[in-house]
Ligand binder design. Structure first.
Ligand code: GLN
Length: 564
């Protein structure tokens, strides 16, 4: 009897740990490559993030990497009009905005290793050449550049930190710039066999004149890949209309891909629905089977679905003005827009964003421009363009007691406005905008004074901040010790701190090591907060950022007053 019971327990125990054992003992890291064809902006980052999310929900440790084919060493020196927002990681890397999606979906931090550009690859190869590492060899794209690309990919798989590494290749197949990457993928597939897998994302356009979906562009784009020696294993087809089994079959036949590996990705109202759609399409199951991996646990997406429900069926709606100088290109403020979605859902509220160009605001029209906006955000930025419009908006928010959230430059603007209009310091400014100002209330940080190079030289990445307990920021975070990401050169000038505090604007957050002011508040205002850091970078679907959540709660409160 006892023997039978222990046998029973042994089997039960074995069944329970079997899955984990397999997952833990995976002999090698698996590599998935995501390429794009037909058109850019099809959402490779969202497909990569959705797949990663599903694999993570099945118990795998996954990370995603973006390989960008441009020559800039990083996007830090790029104008946001060129490439959208520059996303900053905890370790201070200035990266592509897709890394923001990776973090928002996976709820885990990325790092410098997750974003590599052609510039960085060449820089590293040229440094090696100068050191003499190549022992007299002619340095060439193949093998030296492709080896370096492979090294940057494999680095994420080393030390078994991740079971699966997904590398997204920027640009579109056929671009001259992305050829070395496609070649590196070909080589890795050749070396790794079934430990590597290629997903190709393309577009199936709908011709409204004939009412037909067309597969030819997909066929051509796969041919292009084949010419480069790469056979995709899975095809994800972006489409406005449902694909018939016949159409999928046709694509499979022409592209040498099994029929079940032709996946439909139909347009949806929010990017956060894509993981759900990909699960329905069994993208995760197909990928795991092809990689020879066990399916793991059935993904539990309850909290994800809960977020989606709150997002799609809000109980109220508020309007928030987002004031910046790049508003024509919304990608320039991607993380802020996403953080507002997360915070809105947390408050069961739809946040309608009114994108307002800072250059178009002046004393005469500010009331008209901001009419109906129940909250105001002043976005980060560099240089003097649009500054006066932002200062005018900050004054409007302060005087009319409208919730104000100033992010990085937005905090500096709040300080300049307060100095000019409350402290009476006429012409107060940041030395970034006016080097000769009599009242430099925002000034260059000491460690920045001798820096000439622009690339990668700001105060970047996560720094600690201590919050005062009697502040609204503390009320939002519920703790005194926080850590947030930065990207700036200028700081609040502590020489003026006493006059600010006496007049009603307080520094409630500061760096414990340097005393740099990190958070400014006006306690007599319902919600007026400026932060030197970028809270938007760390807001995720499952962990909306506390300051954004508190801001939206304040905006809702303000909207109630308005409707009374
Ligand atoms: N231009 C300001 C600085 O460098 C603010 C930067 C930002 O908003 N990210 O300090």
């Amino acid at each position: 009897m006892v023997g039978r019971i222990s046998l029973y327990f042994f089997i039960l125990f074995f069944a329970l740990v079997y899955n984990d054992l397999i997952l833990e003992n995976l002999s090698t890291t698996k590599y998935i490559f995501v390429t794009g064809g037909v058109a850019s902006s099809l959402g490779k980052g969202i497909i990569a993030s959705s797949l990663a999310k599903l694999l993570q929900a099945r118990g795998y440790k996954v990370t995603i990497q973006k390989l960008d084919p441009y020559i800039n060493v990083d996007p830090g020196t790029l104008n946001p009009y060129e490439h959208g927002e520059c996303y900053v990681t905890e370790d201070g890397a200035e990266t592509d905005l897709d890394l923001g999606h990776y973090e928002r979906f996976l709820n885990s931090p990325t790092s410098q290793a997750n974003n590599v550009t052609t510039g960085r690859i060449y820089q590293s190869v040229i440094n090696k050449e100068r050191r003499g590492d190549f022992l007299g060899k002619t340095v060439q794209i193949i093998p030296h550049i492709t080896d370096e690309i492979k090294r940057y990919i494999k680095v994420l798989g080393s030390k078994k930190k991740f079971d699966v590494v997904i590398s997204e290749i920027g640009g579109t197949v056929g671009d001259i710039e992305s050829l070395p990457y496609i070649e590196a993928v070909r080589q890795m597939k050749w070396e790794l066999g079934s430990d590597a897998l290629i997903i190709h994302l393309t577009l199936v356009p709908f011709l409204s004149a004939s009412g037909e979906l067309k597969t030819k562009p997909t066929q051509h784009s796969v041919k292009q890949l084949l010419e480069n020696g790469v056979q995709p294993d899975v095809l994800v087809l972006r489409t406005e209309h449902q694909l018939t089994p016949d159409l999928k079959g046709k694509v499979a036949l022409f592209c040498n891909v099994s029929k079940d590996a032709v996946i439909e990705s139909i347009d949806v109202s929010t990017i956060y629905e894509v993981p759900i759609r990909m699960k329905e399409e069994k993208l995760d199951v197909i990928v795991l089977k092809k990689l020879g991996l066990p399916l793991g646990e059935e993904p539990d997406l309850a909290s994800w679905n809960d977020f989606l429900h709150r997002y799609k069926y809000p109980k109220k709606e508020v309007k928030v003005a987002l004031i910046g100088k790049y508003v024509e290109l919304r990608d320039a403020y991607k993380s802020i827009a996403e953080a507002l979605i997360h915070a809105g859902a947390a408050n069961e509220c739809r946040v309608k964003v009114e994108w307002i160009h800072s250059e178009k605001i002046n004393e005469e029209n500010v009331e008209r421009k901001l009419k109906g906006c129940e909250g105001i955000i002043i976005a980060p930025g560099f240089g003097h363009r649009g500054i006066e419009g932002k200062i005018t908006a900050a004054r409007y928010a302060r005087e009319l007691k409208i919730p104000y959230f100033g992010i990085c430059l937005g905090m500096q603007i709040a300080v300049i406005e307060f100095a000019r209009n409350i402290l009476g310091l006429q012409g107060a400014d940041s030395t970034e905008m006016n080097q000769l100002t009599k009242f430099p209330v925002i000034d260059l940080m000491d460690e920045q004074k001798d820096i000439i190079d622009k690339g990668g030289t700001m105060r970047l990445g996560s720094y600690l901040c201590n919050l005062k307990k009697d502040s609204k920021s503390y009320a939002a975070y519920g703790k005194t010790k926080i850590s947030e990401r930065h990207r700036h050169r200028y700081e609040f000038n502590n020489k003026y701190l006493e006059s600010f505090e006496k007049a009603g604007m307080r520094a409630v957050g500061y760096n414990p090591d340097t005393d740099l002011v990190e958070v400014m508040e006006i306690p007599s205002h319902p919600w007026y907060i400026g932060v030197q850091f970028h809270p938007e970078y760390s807001s995720t679907v499952l962990q909306p950022h506390p300051l954004f959540v508190a801001f939206i709660a304040a905006v809702i409160e303000n909207s109630k007053n308005h409707s009374n």
